[in-house]
Every structure is written in C-alpha cells, then in structure tokens.
Write a protein that binds this ligand. Structure first.
Ligand SMILES: [Ca+2]
Ligand SMILES: [Ca+2]
Ligand SMILES: [Ca+2]
Ligand SMILES: [Ca+2]
Length: 351
C-alpha cells in the first residue's frame, strides 16, 4: 500500500487521553491493515513533513498494541522518518503522530506518507538495534540508514566453519560511520572507527568459526539529511599462507607452512604473530613487501618470542634481511601506518 494522510497538531487538550505517560496529549492515530503474502515480511516506510514550532514524534504499533518502533528528538520544526520497519505478522497496525513539545498547535498541517515494500534482504529491517534483533545477512550488499545518532543496526553473519570476512561500510557523504564486530557470545572483537565523514570503514579479514554480529553506527553528531549507507560483506575460506585473526599475541600466532605469508593491517595498530617451524637450525631470507601507504615494523624472534631483529618497511618498498631460526620462531608484524585495503606479503626462503 502507498498513500498519504494529513492532519493537524491540534491546540486543544485531549481530555480523552487518560494515559499515565502523556495525559491530555493530542495524538493522531492511523490504522493500517497489513497482510503478508505467504508469511513474507514487508517493510514499512513512514515520512512526516516538518511543521514550524512542532517537535514531532512518530510511533508504530503492531497487532496487540506491541510497540515496534518510534522516533523523536530531531528537533523543533523538523520532520521525522522511519524507514524499513519490519512487518512480520499480518494484522492491524497503528501509526501515531504527536507533538513532543506539549500542546502548542499550528495552522499548518503535516503530511504523513506511508509506503510498504517487499523485504528482499537487500536492505535492513528495523528494529535491529541490538544483537537479538539482528538482520541475518543473505546478500553481499545491504542498504541501510541511521535514522538518528542513536540508531544502531545489527547484522548477523551465520557460519559454522572457519570463514574469513571482508566487511566494508560505505556511508553517504555527510555520514561518519563506524563498525563494531562481536562474536556469538556478544564479546566485542573489533571496534572500527578509522575514517571520517563520508569515508569507508573496512575490516579486511575478520575470521570466525561461529556466528558474528556486525553493528553499524555513527560516531558523529546527529547525522545530516542523507544518513544512508551500504554494507558490503563477503566471505571466503582461509587460504594457505594467509594470517588468521585474531593473532595479536604469541599464543594466538598463525602457523604458516610454505614460503609466502600474506596478511592485513586488520585494524589500527594491528599486531600479527606468525609461527615459523623448521626441522632444525635454518638461516632464512625474509623479503617484506609493504603495500603503498602502509608502514610496518617486522620482527623475528627466538623460540621464546624474544625479538632478535626488527626492520621497518615503508609502503611501496621492499626490504630483505637474513636471520637464523632455531627450530622455531615468530614473525611479528606491527602496523605503524595502515592500508586496510591491500595486504602485505612476506617471502621466507632458505638462504
Ligand atoms: Ca537503521
Ligand atoms: Ca536500527
Ligand atoms: Ca592482521
Ligand atoms: Ca592481528
């Protein structure tokens, strides 16, 4: 269904409103009888035009007067919008419009636009403001919107085997976007806020054997008008020679066989431990290629993890050094300056 209704923020005290929270408040209620086809969810989009001196509130209730979502607080003389509200059961739904700043009325009417569309996994479904309400990711690109500075959008990546995920958030030009990633027990694994307004945030290689939650949020002030974003999530199997995060400590080191090691600045100040093991004493030649824009400090350790040599490599350059490994040792790659988009490559060969 698509349509528009209009109404007034009436100046009168509504004596019929006996609610404890807002006694006497003038509220405009609209009912929508929404029917799902074969149980498939619908998305409801609501837009309320601004009216001078009015700070509006917008509510959506489902069958049984269950509150689904509400929005307020953008300010006096502002409109409100709720987009992508998930309708998951058939029945009569209600939309309520009220003025937050008391009972002051206005001659100018508001217009409320009401639209529904099919939920096809290419967009978010609100409410999704905590992990228990996360939208399951079933598409490699999802369009979303941060409807206020407080909006949080959670997405769930389902997996039961080791997968390496590339997660990228692409905001509209005025939006300062940030990402958090949580494991299945809601422990935070990544808190990513490297870039500014309008710039991508990226986690190039988050690894997990179990479900992961991605939270999209803004760290900025109340977002400007266009608060849309795209979330790109792709996943692959782990590749030989590739680091597996988390590997920031010796005990979590990625064990690498073969002579090519590839890894990313996965986050700011990332540390990657790589375990090397040989049958005996082996003098190895290390060739480090840092990607443009990055700066890496690469260290080799003894079997106990004590650093025996360090080199710093700047982006676009290659550095070569030799070191003896006695049975085993670690390569420790510290990101001093990050390029999240492309990996570093280290070749290890017997001299
Ligand atoms: Ca949202
Ligand atoms: Ca949300
Ligand atoms: Ca890394
Ligand atoms: Ca790491």
């Amino acid at each position: 269904m698509n349509g528009e209704v209009s109404g007034h923020y009436s100046p009168a005290v509504n004596r019929l409103n006996k609610s404890e929270k807002n006694p006497g408040r003038e509220e405009d209620w609209f009912s929508l009888d929404l029917r799902l086809q074969d149980g498939k969810p619908l998305l409801l989009d609501l837009e309320l035009t601004p009216v001078p001196d009015i700070d509006p509130e917008l509510y959506v209730f489902g069958p049984g007067m269950r509150e689904i979502l509400s929005v307020n607080g953008l300010g006096t003389g502002q409109g409100e919008a709720l987009r992508g509200i998930g309708i998951t059961e058939s029945g009569v739904h209600y939309v309520m419009v009220a003025a937050r700043n008391g009972l002051a009325g206005c001659e100018i009417p508001y217009v409320l636009s009401i639209k529904t569309r099919d939920y096809d996994f290419s967009g978010e479904m609100e409410p999704n403001n905590d992990a228990s309400l996360a939208n399951i990711i079933q598409s490699d690109e999802i369009a979303g919107r941060l409807s206020s500075a407080r909006d949080r959008d959670f997405f769930l990546v389902k997996t039961s085997e080791l997968r390496v995920l590339r997660i990228e958030a692409v905001p509209s030009p005025e939006l300062d976007i940030a990402l958090n990633v949580y494991d299945a027990s809601k422990k935070r694994l990544y808190e990513i806020n490297n870039a500014g307004k309008g710039e991508h945030e990226i986690i190039p290689n988050a690894s997990s054997r179990e479900d992961l939650f991605i939270e999209v949020l803004t760290r900025g002030a109340a977002p400007a008008e266009d608060t849309s974003y795209r979330l790109l999530v792709s996943s692959r199997s782990p590749a030989p020679g590739f680091e597996i995060e988390p590997n920031d400590t010796r005990k979590d080191a990625t064990y690498v066989q073969g002579d090519v090691i590839t890894g990313y600045s996965t986050k700011k100040n990332d540390i990657d431990y790589i375990l090397l093991e040989y049958g005996g004493r082996a003098r190895q030649c290390f060739t480090v290629n840092a990607v443009k824009g990055a700066r890496l400090k690469v260290s080799v350790t003894d079997p106990q993890g004590n650093v025996v040599r360090s080199v710093t490599v700047n982006g676009g350059a290659e550095k070569k050094f030799y070191e003896m490994i006695d049975q085993k040792g670690y390569l420790v790659i510290k990101s001093l300056k990050e390029n999240y988009f492309e990996p570093y490559v280290i070749n290890v060969k017997p001299e």
